[in-house]
Design a binder for this molecule. Sequence first.
Ligand code: ASP
Length: 345
Amino acid sequence: MDRPRVSVASLGGTITMTSAARGGPVEPRLSADELLEAVPGLVDVAEVAASTLAAVPSASLGFSDALAALEWAEHAVRGGARGAVLVQGTDTLEEMAYLLDLYWDRPEPLVLTGAMRTPQQEGAEGPANLLAAVRVAASAAARGHGVTVVMNDEIHAARWVGKSHATNVAAFTSPGWGPLGHVVEQQVIAAPAASRWPPLPRPAVPGDRLRQHGRPRVALLELALGEGPEMLLSAVHAGYDGVVLAGFGAGHVSAAVSEAVSDVASRMPVVVASRTGAGSTLRHTYGYPGSECDLVDRGALMAGWLAPRKARLLLWALLAAEASADRLGAELTRRGSTPVPQAKA
Ligand code: ASP
């Protein structure tokens, strides 16, 4: 029987981390080939090609790693792979998934996975996650869904997924929406694919130069009780190109911070998201200083349903593509305001 081809690449993360001495601290050591060796059942599912792109903890991944992974995945599916699986650390997995999803314009699934437990821990779930991810990447049911995250036998949309527990194997959730699908008894079960926004243009500066320039830089600042405007103003002095505020409730700041928003928004884009972890920012409900109506009047953009981390990546991608102010506002509004994309007819 002809098996589908699936390409797997590894960037590192706990799934690849072992200790030199029994019981000692772990570091990324395993290659993509070694990860595959730990999953003998893969041969029944797909013909798998492995590449090791990096071996780092995911906190040390950056934009140029994401763009390199994107090129790798595109090359794989252009070469005939039914889908691609990217293995990485779970700490920034939700961010990599969303960033890649902004650019992924192929019908083939690009699936991200990792593990909460190291390969040497009892109950290590890395091999099961990798097997499920390859099943999803090879499956017709996952086509058209863009970039997804497969962890713990659940399939999550890049747009909604987040790591919501520091250590539990069920750490990945899509608050307010739930998973797109499941892997059950070797079957991939997923909701019908929805229509997707067109891909964003790639950064005007190539990936390797992005690393050297370190630009654009977008600050993500969380508002907290009693916080004054100093932190927001310091983003201007530090030379950031844009700011995302993880605001209170439905996208609010204090009266003191709102005054600084007028000043900062006249120099760079200021996007206000909700720090609550689920739900949308509002547009026309509250009118007090620091409310959404006041912030929009002061030139801020509201993130809608996008979580602060995802709004930061969207703003980064738009600035990296040198989008005009009008395009920037329009993309934030449409990508943030649609709660669920329209299902395909
Ligand atoms: N610290 C690890 C990382 O993100 C955590 C993990 O992979 O689960 O690389």
